[in-house]
Design a protein around this ligand. Structure first.
Ligand code: NAD
Length: 432
């Protein structure tokens, strides 16, 4: 079995190919080859049994030419500096693709959060803010949730920031609970934004949602909201999976009922993570995660994590279209194989931007102190992601490139123009 490439090498490798289609100054290419800032801290946490544990944590600001850094914080046992850097790089591209005034950043803690009690998790989350207080802020770098972090954790973090600053700065973090200045429509934004991109693609191809079947890998926050909205649009969701397994029904699953079942223990026990898997669902077929990826469906949605389709399994994929909600779920080698099989990939740097778009709206609302209803947030998000999706699709047909290359071209053009517009002040210190 070929070893999956490091997400960071893979992400940077794609740039070389894009530069062939885009006139990018050599200075900009050199700047984008490495992150601007990588900060590592150790977070000490007093555990409930009195022992002390230390968790390695990172904040990476990949590029802040277009504005303050923006990017989520991931809690996962596999997190390391390289993964956080890759995710920060993708954030820089994403924010530019949908024209947000932000650069790309990301954070992570190497921890299995499911092994921590709620109070230990709160101490760890507060520790993250103490560790990175000097490099985050509403005008410097604005964190948000990512895998295994959520509104509750963002609330603890915003509170810790306010305590250290001795002032309220709600715009320091997005994805907060509504009661602490969070935005209506944030939780569902990533899934619903992804559906908007798919809808535009289907309209352009003259395909009807009710004729199409979908399998979703990763039935978490993003995957569920996508699946629920997609079902309402008429698509048939035939399979969903989480880290423990997959369920399948040829005539279609009732997405909301599977979600309610998955969250039953979590809600009953008042804990942050679900202890139930979709795999415990009755009256449906059960599949392995690998089997779900290879189902004969029209659309395969990847909403779990990186490196899920590699050169080892790309050949077995039967879907016609892959929708990337997770970051980096298809490696560049797999991309080539999928391309040869005429499987179309709608890429992460466009598809999953609904969340960061609404985070941007949350940041605006916090700064102006005026809060918008969910309909206005959702309508503005769909209008923005739709406009930028159409621009990327046009670029793809104009330059005869795949959608991923077109999205990178679209975002990189904005980043490199901003770099060039900054003038020559820092020329001799390499800071321009
Ligand atoms: P989440 O933790 O809520 O859900 C992830 C789901 O994937 C969980 O159900 C988990 O059990 C499942 N999973 C993990 N490993 C799996 C595997 N090998 N096979 C099948 N399922 C597996 O996280 P989320 O917020 O939904 O994020 C999912 C992905 O989307 C991540 O890559 C994240 O970076 C990306 N993303 C999320 C947002 C957002 O706003 N939530 C925004 C942009 C990108």
């Amino acid at each position: 079995m070929a070893q999956a490439p490091k997400a960071l090498d893979d992400a940077r490798g794609r740039l070389e190919a894009i530069y062939e289609h885009l006139d990018v100054s050599e200075d900009a290419q050199v700047r984008l080859a490495r992150p601007q800032r990588v900060v590592e801290v150790s977070i000490p946490v007093r555990m409930d049994d009195g022992s002390l544990q230390v968790f390695p944590a990172w904040r990476v600001q990949y590029d802040t030419t277009r504005g303050p850094g923006k990017g989520g914080i991931r809690f996962h046992p596999d997190v390391d500096a390289s993964e956080v850097t890759a995710l920060a790089f993708w954030m820089a591209i994403k924010c530019a693709v949908v024209d947000l005034p932000f650069g790309g950043a990301k954070g992570g803690v190497c921890v299995n959060p499911k092994e921590l009690s709620r109070l230990e998790l709160e101490r760890l989350s507060r520790g993250y803010i103490r560790g990175f207080y000097d490099c985050i802020g509403p005008d410097e770098d604005i964190p948000a949730p990512d895998m295994n972090t959520n509104a509750t954790i963002m609330g603890w973090m915003a509170d810790e920031y306010a305590k250290i600053a001795r002032a309220q700065y709600p715009a320091v973090i997005t994805g907060k609970p509504i009661g602490l200045g969070g935005s209506a429509g944030r939780v569902e934004a990533t899934g619903e934004g992804a559906l908007e991109v798919l809808k535009i693609y289907l309209e352009q191809q003259d395909k009807k949602p009710e004729d199409l079947t979908v399998a979703v890998q990763g039935f978490g926050n993003a995957g569920y909201y996508f699946a629920s909205a997609a079902q309402k649009l008429g698509l048939t969701i035939v399979a969903v999976s989480d880290s423990q397994g997959a369920v399948h029904s040829k005539k279609g699953l009732d997405v909301d009922s599977v979600w309610r079942h998955k969250n039953k223990t979590r809600e009953l026990k008042g804990i942050l993570y679900s202890e139930t898997s979709v795999d415990e669902e009755k009256n449906v077929d059960h599949l392995s995660n690998e089997e779900l990826l290879c189902l004969d469906v029209d659309i395969l949605v990847l909403a779990a994590l990186e490196n899920q389709i590699t050169e080892d399994n790309a050949d077995a994929i039967k879907a016609e279209v892959i929708l990337e909600i997770a970051n980096g779920p298809v490696t560049s080698n797999a991309d080539k194989i999928l391309g040869e099989k005429n499987i179309l990939v709608l890429p992460d740097v466009l598809v999953n931007t609904g969340g960061v778009i609404v985070s941007y709206y949350e940041w605006i609302q916090n700064r102006i102190g005026d809060y918008w209803p969910a309909e206005k947030v959702n309508e503005r998000m769909r209008e923005r992601i739709g406009r930028e999706a159409k621009a990327c699709f046009e670029l793809a047909s104009e330059h005869k490139v795949d959608y991923r290359s077109a999205c990178y071209m679209h975002g990189l053009k904005r980043i490199t123009e901003a770099m060039d517009h900054r003038g020559t002040h820092g020329y001799f210190i390499g800071d321009c």
